[in-house]
Design a protein around this ligand. Structure first.
Ligand code: GLN
Length: 226
């Protein structure tokens, strides 16, 4: 399994993501800088979290216009799996690869804590390692995680099973509509989520609940032998 991590100025979770991908796939990912106009042939592209371009204008709005995002969109159009975590999710929405927007948390505060997630769709290529309705732990750290979409888009996203993760009852940290924590595109190859699964992949992290996303998309045979 070959992977690539998109690097933009201001991201700060890129090293965590590179460590997670290296650990789980057994190979270091390629890193692709913002000015690149193509992405090497890989089986998974990841946009990590952080504060790209200082979160100016709106989280992810400037990043969405970086040359590398045209290459990401082109690869996504060819069916290459793309995962966006936190700022990565915001960037995917701003690029138009995922529907909806991420607004300021209703508390108007940066929230950094662990939440519980309900796996709302375990039949995607990113979630086969989980069961439908399974509750997993996952950390969040953001100030703009309040997912919103208008009624028509919400009805379509819900109807298609594109909601992949919801905050479990009582743990919604940001006011997201329908408790939405992560959604997938209609084609099923682009997933964005606000929580950080890369920070819960080994016992030293305090748990391994985040591993399933990487293991699902990498597939059993691509995994490093334990
Ligand atoms: N951890 C992150 O990726 C944070 C994303 C964004 N800067 C926010 O605070 O909402």
């Amino acid at each position: 399994m070959n992977t690539a991590v998109v690097i933009l100025p201001g991201l700060n979770r890129d090293r965590d993501m590179i460590a997670a991908l290296t650990k789980i796939s057994g190979r270091a990912p390629a890193t692709v800088w913002q000015t690149e106009t193509s992405i090497p042939p890989v089986d998974l592209i990841v946009i990590p979290g952080g504060f790209s371009y200082g979160d100016y204008l709106r989280c992810g709005a400037i990043a969405a216009r970086a040359p590398v995002m045209r290459a990401v969109a082109e690869a996504a159009g060819r069916g290459v799996p793309v995962l966006g975590v936190c700022n990565g999710f915001q960037i995917l929405c701003e690029t138009g690869l995922l529907p909806g927007v991420l607004m300021r948390n209703t508390s108007l505060r940066f929230v950094c804590r662990e939440v519980k997630l309900k796996v709302a769709n375990a039949e995607t290529r990113f979630t086969t390692a989980y069961g439908n309705g399974q509750i997993i732990r996952c950390p969040v750290a953001h100030h703009d995680g309040n997912y919103f979409a208008d009624e028509d888009i919400l009805a379509r996203v819900e109807g298609n099973g594109q909601v992949v993760f919801r905050y479990a009852e009582g743990t919604n940290p940001n006011g997201a509509v329908h408790d939405i924590a992560g959604i997938i595109n209609e084609a099923g190859n682009v997933l964005g989520l606000m929580p950080h699964p890369e920070n819960l992949i080994e016992p030293e992290h305090g748990g391994t609940d985040g591993r399933g996303i990487f293991e699902s998309v990498m597939g059993g045979s691509a995994l490093k032998a334990a």
